[in-house]
Write a protein that binds this ligand. Structure first.
Ligand code: HEM
Length: 189
């Protein structure tokens, strides 16, 4: 099943990204720093959502229309009063079809799991406002993740299809990790 193999096949990419996210997270001292952190997620997730949007909808992915998405990040930036800041430039994987879109969505939906940990670290650093995105689905997290992985398992069959989804997921992790390498923010759009 793709839901089992993809976890192992993307383990390294997840770890590489996780390290960068944690390094930036631990350096947060105030809401301005937190706004910078949020802007990385906002720039990348909104770009990625635009790229995969044409290939996914509610009929293929349960709760797709209510998933926690980049608008949560925008709202969180507004909550802490930094909605007009500059955004880092981002590159997202080329997405041409449903399978590649699934790989990218896997990364975004799975990030809800890490979000719980991010909220706890932020709290220790005194950041408690504007955390709706990282709070994810709260008590519904497990149920929604199970629904997502079930849909993925039904829609991805055969080795070639699995390889396509895994490649897209690995690229999605890697492109996001690159966003954290930019020391200087450049204005997007
Ligand atoms: C502080 C940073 C992060 C930490 C500590 C973290 C930690 C975790 C943990 C513990 C799990 C496993 C949950 C479980 O199996 O019950 C997980 C799963 C996952 N995380 Fe992260 N994560 C972080 C950031 C991210 C980010 C930024 C993304 C993507 C943008 C991401 C994508 C995923 C995915 C796709 C899974 C699902 C793996 C699977 O079960 O197939 N994570 N994360």
């Amino acid at each position: 099943m793709i839901s089992i193999t993809i976890k192992k096949a993307t383990k390294k990419a997840h770890l590489d990204l996780e390290k960068k996210v944690i390094r930036q997270l631990k350096a947060i001292r105030n809401e301005q720093d937190y706004a910078d952190f949020l802007s990385y997620f906002y720039a990348y997730f909104s770009h990625l959502e635009k790229a995969l949007g044409p290939f996914i909808d509610e009929s293929s992915i349960p709760y797709y229309n209510e998933r926690r998405n980049a608008t949560y990040l925008k709202r969180d930036l507004e909550t802490i009063g930094y909605e007009n800041g500059s955004l880092p430039g981002t590159v997202v994987p080329d997405i041409h079809n449903h399978l590649e879109a699934l790989g990218a969505l896997y990364v975004m939906e799975g990030s809800v799991m890490g979000g719980k940990i991010i909220v706890k670290i932020l709290e220790k650093q005194g950041i408690t406002r504007g955390v709706s995105f990282f709070s994810g689905y709260g008590e519904h997290t497990e149920k929604k993740w199970t629904a997502f992985t079930k849909a993925m398992d039904e829609q991805v069959t055969g080795e070639a299809q699995k390889a396509t989804v895994i490649r897209a997921a690995n690229e999605t992790f890697a492109c996001f990790a690159k966003v954290f390498d930019h020391g200087n923010k450049i204005l997007q759009e």
